[in-house]
Design a protein around this ligand. Structure first.
Ligand SMILES: Cc1cc2nc3c(=O)[nH]c(=O)nc-3n(C[C@H](O)[C@H](O)[C@H](O)COP(=O)(O)O)c2cc1C
Length: 195
């Protein structure tokens, strides 16, 4: 039985932890929708990297398609889906850049190859072929040899500050249950939606 009395962040953390504990594949992968130039929507999967200052954090290149879209319009929507339990969690809100200190702290925890990739990849830009990228990677590998790799200025995170949560539980006959929290100042308006 879903407990509407609980804070939505508590539900989010519990559902993710349950998903992790039961071995749900990619339990922290969320689809992230943005709206870019010309009001065109795009969606892609990113890893949720924890709650940070009241928002859901994720990291990417700030010049990527999603980064440029967020620059134009920071209204975003994320969705987690757990097929083994027939659950989905949708979170709509606004994305804000993390601080340089937060980006650097997270960057330090990444494997060296991912750090090199952040330098080599001008994420979402057109490239001539795979060899072009491979060469860039090798160049950065050489130039950082024996050194700690710093966080590129163009790389970092956002946190999605929720304005609405929807917790969806699949039920037989499409009689699903949908529990909604909508932000109203410092309170949440709680209601259900028809399946
Ligand atoms: C499971 C999974 C996790 C991913 N995690 C990230 C991530 O945390 N950050 C990221 O920038 N891209 C991640 N990607 C790649 C994105 O889906 C996407 O290809 C990339 O961010 C470029 O998106 P854009 O061109 O729309 O900006 C992930 C892909 C998958 C399948």
């Amino acid at each position: 039985m879903f407990d509407f009395g609980l804070d939505p962040f508590v539900h989010l953390e519990r559902l993710l932890l349950d998903a992790k504990n039961r071995g749900e594949p990619e339990y922290n992968a969320m689809a992230l929708a943005t709206v870019g130039a010309g009001q065109r929507p795009t969606v892609r999967i990113v890893y949720f990297k924890g709650l940070l200052r009241g928002g859901l954090s994720f990291y990417c290149n700030y010049n990527s398609l999603k980064g440029k879209s967020i620059d134009l319009n920071n209204s975003v929507c994320a969705n987690f889906y757990y097929p083994t339990r027939w659950e989905q969690i949708r979170i709509a809100g606004r994305a804000y850049k993390l601080t340089r200190e937060e980006n650097e702290a997270y960057f330090k925890t990444r494997p060296r190859l991912s750090q090199l990739g952040a330098w080599a990849s001008n994420q979402s830009a057109e490239i001539p072929d795979r060899e072009y990228f491979q060469l860039r990677l090798e160049e950065f590998e050489k130039s950082f040899e024996g050194q700690e790799i710093p966080c590129p200025e163009t790389w970092g995170g956002y946190h999605l500050i929720p304005e609405e949560f929807e917790f969806w539980f699949g039920r037989d006959g499409r009689l699903h249950e949908r529990f909604v929290y909508q932000s109203e100042g410092s309170n949440w308006r709680r209601f259900m939606r028809s399946p």
